[in-house]
Design a binder for this molecule. Structure first.
Ligand code: ATP
Length: 353
């Protein structure tokens, strides 16, 4: 009989008990012979953030599955492959290697919600079965109408547990005992010096503590005022609209400075955020500690510890009016290399690259 091999990808920053819970339950319910845990070198649609690099996340996954081998095996193929880690490449690789095996790609409900945005998702669904697990805070589709549209169009039949696809494979829905944890919440707690208690395997927690990963950016930034002025200048150079810097003072701790700017459309807004983060990394050598909204491009929040940058699609900026919250805060004198053009009314055209 052909072996049943599970495939579980992710960032694993850090590897946590939500992952372990999913792996052990799915292995049992689906009768899998083995699951390959495959940390991504660079997940698609995820900005770079401060924290452990690819090799260090690989190590965390290895430590995290200790005691569960050979059922759970960490596979380093995505870490070794340069560039963005696309699941289709990994699945095709495994298909070639494990010719007789039946592959089961395991994802949480949060990933299923946008599965039809994954590169070559229908080819993935030709080469592997999909296993979708519950995840606290995310809808678990009970009818085909609530599937992501691209996937819904591939469904032949659905009995509430298994969807049969026209690609010849199935989607299996597996209910887990809820473990309410996410990488982002753990990173937030670690930065704030809060406990991560029972949420990660003890050996992973110990490794994080020894290595000092996920420490607060405050330790790396020498002068937040200078950083804020640089951010504003970079946004102005790229012709962001109405760039404003504010000093909120101590009472908004941990954030002291805010820089706000906007793009004329969602594409320019995403491009501005991307450009800003890359430039700051070039100049200062660090990435932000968190980024939200980067790929939607309506309201991107880039968290540099005591400095938060808000880059809006200008229309959304008028809608949300967040600046009203800080109307009393003193303004920073942000350098503007295009100031002369702005007062003359002849703006240089935005450069997006
Ligand atoms: P982040 O907050 O950084 O996105 P994450 O834990 O959600 O962290 P990954 O490490 O990339 O992100 O997750 C890998 C896989 O594990 C994904 O398929 C995700 O849906 C699943 N997963 C993560 N946490 C849980 C959980 N608590 N319960 C079930 N599945 C989970």
């Amino acid at each position: 009989m052909s072996k049943k091999i599970g495939v579980f990808g992710g960032t694993f920053s850090p590897f946590h008990n939500g992952h372990l819970n999913s792996l052990l339950t799915v292995a049992k319910v689906m009768g899998l012979d083995q699951i390959r845990i495959i940390p991504a070198r660079q997940s698609p649609n995820r900005p770079q953030i401060e924290g452990p690099g690819p090799e260090e996340r690989l190590l965390m996954a290895r430590i995290g599955v200790a005691g569960h081998e050979p059922l759970l095996v960490v596979d380093d193929r995505e870490i070794k492959r340069e560039g963005i880690s696309y699941t289709i490449d990994t699945i095709q690789d495994l298909r070639g290697e494990l010719r007789d095996a039946q592959l089961f790609l395991i994802i949480g409900a949060d990933q299923f919600e946008k599965f039809d945005h994954w590169r070559s998702y229908s080819e993935i669904l030709e080469a592997a079965e999909l296993v979708v697990t519950t995840r606290p805070g995310h809808e678990w589709p009970r009818e085909v109408q609530t599937y992501p549209p691209g996937v819904a169009s591939l469904v032949d039949s659905f009995d509430g547990r298994v969807a049969k696809l026209i690609t010849g494979t199935d989607i299996h829905f597996v209910e887990l005992k809820d473990v309410e944890v996410s990488g982002s919440e753990l990173r937030r707690r670690l930065r704030a010096g809060e406990s991560i208690g029972e949420l990660v395997p003890a050996a992973v927690a110990e490794e994080i503590r020894i290595k000092g990963w996920y420490s607060d950016l405050h330790k790396k930034v020498e002068n937040y005022l200078e950083l804020s002025l640089d951010m504003g200048r970079i946004l102005n150079e790229k012709n962001a609209i109405n760039v404003v810097g504010l000093d909120l003072g101590e009472k908004h701790y941990p954030a002291q400075f805010v820089v706000v700017g906007s793009g004329a459309n969602t594409r320019q807004t995403s491009a501005l955020a991307e450009h800003l983060m890359t430039q700051i990394h070039k100049i200062y050598g660090f990435w932000p500690q968190n980024v939200e909204g980067q790929y939607e491009g309506r309201w991107v929040v880039v968290d540099y510890g005591a400095l938060i940058v808000h880059i809006f699609y200008d229309f959304a900026r008028h809608e949300y009016k967040v600046e009203d919250l800080w109307s009393a805060a003193p303004r920073l004198s942000i350098p503007d290399p295009h100031a002369a053009f702005r007062t003359s009314g002849t703006y240089p055209r935005p450069r997006l690259s």
